[in-house]
Ligand binder design. Structure first.
Ligand SMILES: Cc1cc2nc3c(=O)[nH]c(=O)nc-3n(C[C@H](O)[C@H](O)[C@H](O)COP(=O)(O)OP(=O)(O)OC[C@H]3O[C@@H](n4cnc5c(N)ncnc54)[C@H](O)[C@@H]3O)c2cc1C
Length: 325
């Protein structure tokens, strides 16, 4: 049956397709409502479809995002089916502005799928960032860690299977499954709140594992609402707010008017000058980061990785403790 609903060819191409993430996870766009035109339509409430040029839509969407007029982007909705390790789900669920329905381990049998970091991701504790990692760990430590994880997970899986065989309630049997165990959920969120989620979770300061999910979701947004995606990259993701002191330092270095921006002759601001202006050592580092050329991030989806729901479902089903399927 033909639909009268607005659709986007690039989104239709991936609708219902499953993109693998980490070793057993995935992200699939199962439904969406609206696109860039609906953001514009909400902002201009009186216009119908097809009455505007793409360039006008783009200009308006960029204006709205620059000026934080955000409610029009709440008119676009996304529904995802995702599977992720429980420790990733814990970070993800902190984004309260979504609707979530998670697999119930009280009701269903948990697939015994556990996340194992690849060796490239197995790193030492960062010295500069208490919430981060840096540098590769010795390969022998990685090998031993994998052995340890496999042993613990085998033991946890066996205990889970045994408790189920003894007819212990599923809600009790699952209590010692580790946070590396994959869970899954349906996740519905509007474009405005999704872009906020992405700003925080594609950021290098977010844990690498959740970044991998966010990157796929960003690729999906790029297909559903490409103009909003572009404006988000330009005005949110890669933009950096300047503090009052930073602006005042830059104003001493640059002349800016409606004719353009020019460097002031002989202008420079040494570390001492920045300190004297009131910037702390940390703020000086942050200013240098803000002024670095951001480049252009690319969240293009790799369509060759897209798999069917049946294929993904079979992998989950096979991982349910065998005597109970
Ligand atoms: C790198 C990183 C490290 C983190 N470390 C920690 C940590 O150590 N410990 C920890 O507990 N969390 C941590 N978090 C989680 C973080 O504090 C937020 O809970 C999470 O990122 C969700 O952000 P949010 O509240 O803006 O998003 P959402 O929940 O999606 O909310 C979106 C926006 O809606 C508004 N909003 C929603 N609910 C309320 C409310 N009840 N009251 C007022 N405004 C509301 C706010 O403006 C909010 O920004 C970390 C997050 C990141 C990205």
């Amino acid at each position: 049956m033909e639909t009268k609903r607005p659709t986007v060819p690039a989104a239709e191409e991936i609708l219902g397709g499953y993109f693998p993430v980490l070793d057993h996870g995935f992200v699939a766009l199962v439904d969406y409502m609206g696109s860039d035109e609906d953001v514009e339509r909400a902002a201009r409430v009186s216009y119908g479809y097809g009455t505007r040029k793409v360039s006008a839509t783009r200009g308006l969407i960029r204006y709205l995002r620059r000026h934080r007029h955000t409610t029009p982007s709440e008119m676009v909705e996304f529904k995802f089916h995702c599977a992720m390790p429980m420790f990733v789900a814990r970070q993800w669920i902190r984004h309260r502005t979504a609707s979530v329905n998670e697999l119930s381990a009280r009701y269903s049998l948990m697939p015994l799928l556990f996340y194992t970091p690849a060796q490239e991701q197995f790193a030492l504790q960062s010295r500069s960032n208490k919430q981060g990692r840096e540098g590769g760990a010795p390969p022998e430590v990685y090998r031993k860690a994998v052995e340890e994880w496999e042993g613990m997970r085998r033991r946890a899986g066996e205990a889970y299977g045994w408790l189920l065989e003894e007819d212990v309630a599923r809600e009790i049997a699952r209590i010692d499954l580790p946070v590396s165990t994959y869970t899954q959920w349906y996740w519905k969120i509007d474009l405005h709140n999704l872009l906020h989620f992405l700003s925080l979770r594609v950021d290098p300061r977010a844990q690498w594992e959740i970044q991998q999910f966010a990157r796929v979701i960003a690729g999906i947004v790029k297909r559903v609402a490409p103009l909003s995606y572009e404006a988000w990259v330009d005005y949110d993701l890669e933009s950096r707010p300047l503090t009052r002191t930073e602006r005042s330092v830059l104003a001493r270095l640059l002349d800016a008017d409606d004719q353009g921006v020019r460097t002031r002759a002989g202008g420079s601001a040494s570390r001492d000058d920045l300190g004297a202006a009131g910037l702390s050592a940390r703020e000086i580092e942050e200013l240098a980061e803000k002024l670095r050329d951001p480049g252009a991030p690319d969240f293009e989806l790799d369509l060759s990785r897209m798999r069917s729901a049946e294929e993904m479902g079979a992998a989950m089903y096979e991982a349910v403790p065998s005597s109970f399927d």
